[in-house]
Design a protein around this ligand. Structure first.
Ligand code: PRP
Length: 187
């Protein structure tokens, strides 16, 4: 562990998913996606900002034709709870009409963001629309979301790393862990 990782890592109470475990899972999902979309060109739609490490690794794990596009929505503000308010900050660059779209999320928590995005994207008439999320916090669900590809079930803890942040930090940790309680109060 080098210096910067050690300093950020010092705020972590428990590592839930190591870099190796994540990589193994992402490779598995990538292969599953390649098989399921054989003969078609899947369009990965990443939801910024949290998706970026997962999206980059997943894209390389899909050993077949694929494209990427991104959207950005805001749902949490700076805190640790879902606000329920979803605001579209950045839309897709291109039309998805007739495309095989796969929404890529780092985590689905209350499900409010995914519900909003699915409802929004469905109105644009894609040929297919599915969801892939590295983490699934099923016990926090307020909205029903059907997730086609799930990496790991996530406990009801506030997790950071591998794209997931607290107050903008920790996204660059190569693993996913639970933040120490005291870290919140330091803000
Ligand atoms: C996270 C995550 C999802 C959403 C899930 O994003 O990437 O988009 O929250 O929560 P929900 O299921 O309760 O709606 P966040 O709003 O924290 O933004 P970020 O990706 O920029 O960190």
């Amino acid at each position: 562990m080098d210096m910067w990782e050690d300093s950020l890592g010092g705020d972590i109470r428990e590592v839930l998913f190591t870099r190796e475990k994540i990589q193994e899972k992402v490779d598995e999902i990538g292969e599953e996606i390649r098989r399921d979309y054989q003969g078609r060109r899947v369009l990965l739609v990443g939801i910024l900002n949290g998706c970026f490490p997962f999206m980059a690794d997943l894209a390389r794990a899909i050993r077949g034709p694929m494209e990427v596009d991104f959207m950005s929505v805001s749902s949490y503000g700076g805190g640790t709870q879902s606000s329920g308010v979803v605001r579209l900050l950045k839309d897709l660059n291109s039309s998805i009409e007739g495309r095989d779209v796969l929404l890529v999320e780092d985590i689905i928590d209350s499900g409010l963001t995914a519900r909003y995005l699915m409802d929004n994207l469905r109105t644009r008439h894609p040929a297919s629309l599915e969801v892939c999320s590295l983490l699934d916090k099923t016990d926090a669900r307020a909205e029903e979301v059907s997730i086609r590809y799930v990496g790991f079930k996530c406990p009801l803890e506030f997790v950071v790393g591998y794209g997931l942040d607290y107050d903008g930090l920790y996204r660059n940790l190569p693993y996913i862990g639970v933040l120490k309680e005291g870290v919140y109060s330091r803000k």
